[in-house]
Design a protein around this ligand. Structure first.
Ligand code: AMP
Ligand code: ZN
Length: 137
């Protein structure tokens, strides 16, 4: 628990939220400013800022939980398509420094722009790709 973290306070029930799901490891709630109807956030109860700070155990479990919650949301809200978004760091748009997954239902085309696609990035050289591959060996 980080005493300065709003999501830790929500998990601790010091700040109210619209709870969707809770177990020993995770807490899911409606986003206070939803991108679309039903937008849910899943938070690990352990405080971690970004993916690389999160334990492998929670990282490996969170997508399975996302799937379970999406199945329930689909039945209630009637959507078929959705985005799972997760921002890491200020440049990536993260505004709350407690790791969370966004589950965002999609009801129509063009209602939400998440990013603008670009064709290839010329500054990524074959050497860069090779260096990343080598670090993963
Ligand atoms: P991010 O920009 O990826 O860090 O996402 C933070 C999300 O948290 C935003 O979508 C906010 O609307 C949401 N948020 C911030 N404060 C609260 C809160 N008290 N209850 C629910 N959602 C919140
Ligand atoms: Zn926290």
């Amino acid at each position: 628990m980080d005493s300065n973290c709003i999501f830790c306070k929500i998990i601790n029930k010091e700040i109210p939220s619209k709870l969707i799901y809770e177990d020993n490891d995770f807490f899911a709630m409606l986003d206070i400013a939803p991108a679309t109807k039903g937008h849910v956030l899943i938070l690990p109860k352990e405080h971690a800022s970004t993916l690389t700070d999160l334990s492998d155990d929670k990282a490996s479990k969170i997508l399975v939980l996302a799937k379970k919650i999406i199945v329930a949301m689909k039945k209630v809200h009637g959507f078929t398509d959705y985005n799972i978004v997760q921002n890491n760091g200020e440049l990536a748009g993260q505004t709350v420094s407690h790791y969370h997954l966004h589950l965002i239902p999609r009801y129509s085309k063009g209602e939400l722009g998440l990013w603008t696609p670009h064709e290839g990035d010329p500054s990524v050289t074959d050497e860069n790709a090779e260096a990343v591959r080598n670090l993963l060996k």
